[in-house]
Design a protein around this ligand. Structure first.
Ligand SMILES: [Zn+2]
Length: 375
């Protein structure tokens, strides 16, 4: 952890400012012209269409420039190139899929679907690390990369099975591909790799017995076990109740059903949606009870689905609140979710997203100054 150097003579005239880490989740709304162009194409690969590739490049350049202007110490490419969204970027365009896969119902009545696997073998079409080259070319600060969890993609395998391609075989292929996705991101220069596990809370809703959630935890731990303890300190897990068109898929599920299992995951960092919770202290109480000593928790201090821009002081006070439950040395801040996990979500403008990010960055710095010296 970084602390300011003590003053001369070893005395501390004032509490040293503590830099509390702050990171985005990932997505930023795409520019309207890019969204329109993606809607017009069936292409699985933008590189096959030069005008689309040019729009992607310009969107990433602009995203990183505006991200850095907020003072954010860590940025992303805004997931501009993740095709239709955060969950399917790696399988978009696979010939052995059909569009009628697992449906995720949102509270406002709309649904999002995963593709259904129609035959084996299961292979990713692209790895997340392939997005980093453009982002790093434009960035002056560390770039983070998000990847989709194996548990989310496990829902692509149909319940009735696939002839000559068993579920066990699929899981083996899935774990290998997920591992390659994370390694491609690390090797591509990612500062942190975040595994998007937004289906954790949803799992409790689908199966209140808890069996589905525990199978998800087991599967994701099989994946995390493939990495060294050193590398796992750079890997994080994101949980949220979903965020699409200002709606959620599992906000009605009690966090208490998820969080104890979540901290069983063998990851060093957790990005936990909190700003949108009706009773934050109750959630923080659960985190205090179940967080492992070496796990850092980035608490959500910004609600992406709320059109109002938070103030830096509000963010600062949310950090103070969280610091009552999580040691400052293991605390960080984040947004509750990405600002547009699915490509065509225009419910938040880019301007609002960056204004909210700036509030997070400033508020976290204010809290760090005030909390200096505590750990
Ligand atoms: Zn999320």
């Amino acid at each position: 952890m970084k602390r300011s150097a003590p003053t001369k003579g070893g005395t501390m005239a004032e509490p040293a400012a503590m830099a509390i880490p702050t990171e985005p989740i990932g997505s930023i709304p795409r520019p309207p012209d890019l969204i329109e162009r993606i809607k017009q194409t069936d292409s699985a690969d933008p590189n096959e269409e030069p005008d689309l590739a040019a729009l992607y490049e310009e969107a990433i350049r602009d995203t990183i420039e505006r991200f850095e202007a907020t003072g954010s110490p860590v940025v992303t490419d805004g997931e501009q190139r993740k095709y239709h969204g955060f969950a399917t970027y790696c399988v978009h365009g696979l010939p052995n899929t059909a569009p009628d896969g697992f449906a995720i119902p949102f509270a406002d009545g709309h649904t999002r679907r995963l593709p259904r696997l129609t035959r084996g073998p299961f292979r990713y079409r692209r790895y997340a690390g392939s997005y980093l080259d453009v982002a790093i070319r434009y960035a002056h600060v560390p770039v983070k990369q998000a990847v989709i969890s194996p548990s989310a993609l496990s829902l692509m395998y149909p319940a009735k099975g696939i002839p000559d391609y068993s579920r066990e075989h699929f899981i083996e292929d899935l774990l290998r591909e997920h591992e390659a996705d994370i390694r491609s991101s690390v090797n591509g220069g990612a500062h942190k790799v975040q595994v998007d596990f937004t289906e954790g809370r949803l799992a409790v809703k689908i199966d209140p017995s808890g069996h589905l959630l525990s199978s998800f935890i087991d599967l994701n731990n099989l994946a995390l076990s493939r990495f060294s303890p050193d590398l796992r300190r750079r890997i994080g897990v994101h949980t949220c109740p979903g965020n699409d068109f200002r709606s959620t898929h599992s906000a009605d599920v009690d966090y208490a059903e998820l969080l104890p299992s979540l901290f069983e995951l063998k990851a060093g960092n957790f990005y936990v949606a909190l700003a949108g919770e009706p009773d934050r202290r109750r959630v923080l109480e659960i985190i205090r009870k179940y967080r492992k000593p070496d796990q850092r928790v980035f608490v959500g201090v910004i609600a992406p689905g709320d059109p109002r821009v938070e103030t830096a002081e509000e963010v600062r006070d949310r950090v103070f609140e969280a610091a009552e439950y999580i040691p400052v040395g293991h605390l960080g801040t984040t947004d509750d979710c990405g600002f547009a996990p699915f490509f065509d979500n225009t419910s938040t403008t880019r301007e609002t997203a960056f204004a909210k990010i700036q509030a997070r960055v400033r508020g976290t710095a204010l809290a760090g100054e005030a909390l200096g010296g505590r750990s």
